[in-house]
Design a protein around this ligand. Structure first.
Ligand code: PRP
Ligand code: URA
Length: 225
């Protein structure tokens, strides 16, 4: 039986390599991830659960957002408080990343949303980019790349590169399930990018699927297979 890693034990040298990796642990995340993984889960339940997982992850991925001081008036008195000092841009990688947008934008309604269309060639596993459209505030924003699956890492790495080429400077990669190969790839290609995951799975199979994983995220989200 394949194993889902709940914690990773790393050697000292591996630790420094994995400093940019944030494995989010919470009983609700684990519970909801089991729903995503189950093969009987319907398209409707998959869609709702992925959205909920993204919402739960939002709490952690926004933990280091900067704040600025502001003065407001409560019904009683003027008071000094704080609000977000940075703009957030969400970049779902089509198709499956679309399933994470609402869960996060419900909590950050001011977030602007760009899109990257990308699919993996089934034979070479190399990503092909077929679409991109971004808001004009990428350079000053915290840019969150959304894709539930980090398998070989080819798609996420290419998406991050496209964003850097378009001026993005602060990029976070938010995935749900990651394979060690994908984490390694992002650490090597983009050592400046923080990776957020709800689970690190055991391995990739010989056709590049995460094991145990949850299958083809795009197909399960949109009911295309
Ligand atoms: C899936 C997934 C990622 C990619 C991960 O998309 O949503 O984008 O594969 O694999 P990688 O890490 O090896 O690149 P897919 O190419 O199946 O496209 P789809 O979402 O349109 O089905
Ligand atoms: N893309 C998916 O949707 N699932 C995998 O396991 C790997 C890539």
């Amino acid at each position: 039986m394949a194993e889902v890693l709940n914690s990773i034990s790393l050697t000292k040298s591996e630790k420094s390599e994995f400093l940019m990796l944030n494995l989010l642990k919470h009983p609700l995340l684990t519970h909801k991830l089991a729903i995503l993984r189950r093969k009987e889960t319907t398209t409707k339940d998959f869609r709702e659960t992925l959205d909920e997982i993204a919402g739960l992850m939002a709490y952690e991925i926004t933990r280091d957002l900067p704040l600025k001081d502001i003065i407001i008036e409560t019904p009683l008195i003027e008071c000094k408080t704080q609000e977000l000092a940075v703009e957030v841009v969400l970049i779902p990688v089509l198709r499956a990343g679309l399933g994470m947008v609402d869960g996060i934008s419900n909590l950050i309604p001011t977030a602007r949303v760009g899109h990257i269309g990308m699919y993996r060639d089934h034979k070479t596993l190399k990503p092909n980019t077929y679409y991109s459209k971004f808001p004009d505030n990428l350079p000053g924003a915290v840019v969150m790349v959304l894709d539930p699956m980090l398998a070989t890492g080819g798609s996420s790495s290419a998406a991050i590169q496209v964003l850097k080429d378009n001026g993005a400077k602060t990029i976070k990669l938010v995935c749900v399930v990651g394979a060690p190969e994908g984490i390694d790839r992002i650490n090597k290609d983009h050592p400046d990018v923080q990776i957020y995951l709800a689970a690190i799975d055991e391995k990739l199979n010989d056709i590049g699927y995460i094991v145990p994983g949850l299958g083809d995220a795009g197909d399960r989200l949109f009911g295309t297979r």
